[in-house]
Write a protein that binds this ligand. Structure first.
Ligand code: HXC
Length: 257
């Protein structure tokens, strides 16, 4: 495979995808999405590969989706090309994927980092969802993944103001797993990926899947499950006993029935 917008390397059992559009600060145009998704799919299918690192340059992980490419597009252009839907394929990769982020991770760049399983940031990394300043909203999953990662208050603030945060704040709010000095970023990400790749690949895939089940399952599904289980406790003797004991002002005698 030849990829125009990325570099693809293998370091032992680790595959490394490096975004490589320096003139545009790695802005994610459609062709770059196809390259990243194609390379990740290729690595995912390779039994020799146990982890993937996605990185950019020192100056920019990615400064967003490509504004120049999108600026004159219409609703129908977006809809018919199902713009950004290709990223779903990256999210579905079973091999663990680490984002190694230095410099700008803005808009689609921040969202790409969030598609990865976790982020290792250099101390120079900055994150933001500046779409609102362009008259648009996040379109690569940011509204959902950022909110799950950092909670409503921070996600709302970032998405409504477009404010950029530094690596320290990103770590404090749980957006990134760890900060390392910029000069160590790639070595650290590679070592972390090699550590994962040394584990059982199918177990790592299962671990990724089950964490994603917690991350991805809808709150309404969890609330529904909770309510049904809550209803079911009213089929137990211990519920009757516990509540009766409270009303009768005596300690309960539970029978595990
Ligand atoms: C296209 C981009 C770009 C982008 C930078 N460039 N970001 N091109 N899409 N997202 C280009 C610039 O136009 C410029 O090209 C070159 O990269 C270098 O950028 P500069 O602005 O000259 O660099 P600097 O002054 O260092 O500023 C860096 C920056 C700034 C702060 C990151 O480039 C910036 O604000 N970029 C846009 C960030 C952004 O809004 N991202 C969100 C995009 S929307 P020339 O040809 O002039 O040298 C998005 C949401 C998707 O991702 C969903 C909505 C549909």
């Amino acid at each position: 495979h030849f990829y125009e917008n990325i570099l693809l390397e293998r370091h032992g059992r680790v595959g490394v995808i490096t975004l490589n559009r320096p003139k545009a600060l790695n802005a994610l145009n459609f062709a770059t999405m196809q390259d990243v998704v194609g390379a990740a799919t290729q690595l995912d299918a390779d039994p020799e590969i146990g982890a993937i690192v996605i990185t950019g340059s020192e100056r920019a992980f990615a400064a967003g989706a490509d504004i120049k490419e999108m600026s004159t597009m219409s609703y129908m252009d977006m809809y018919l090309k199902d713009w950004f839907a290709g990223w779903d394929t990256l999210a579905a990769v079973r091999t663990p994927v680490i984002a190694a982020v230095s410099g700008h991770a803005l808009g689609g760049g921040c969202e790409l980092a969030l598609i990865c399983d976790f982020i290792i940031a250099s101390d120079t990394a900055t994150f933001g969802q500046p779409e609102i300043k362009l008259g648009v909203i996040p379109g690569m999953g940011g509204s959902q993944r950022l909110t799950r990662a950092v909670g409503k208050a921070k996600a709302m603030e970032m998405i409504l103001t477009g404010r950029t945060i530094d690596a320290v704040e990103a770590e404090r709010i749980g957006l990134v797993a760890r900060i390392v000095p910029a000069t160590d970023l790639l070595a650290d990400a590679l070592a972390t990926a090699a550590d994962i790749a040394a584990k059982s690949a199918p177990i790592a895939m299962l671990a990724k899947e089950v964490v994603n089940a917690a991350y991805e399952s809808m709150l309404s599904g969890g609330i529904h499950l909770e309510r049904r289980l809550f209803h079911s406790v009213f089929a137990t003797d211990d519920q009757s006993e516990g509540m009766a004991a409270f009303i009768e002002k005596r300690p309960p005698v539970f029978t595990n029935r």
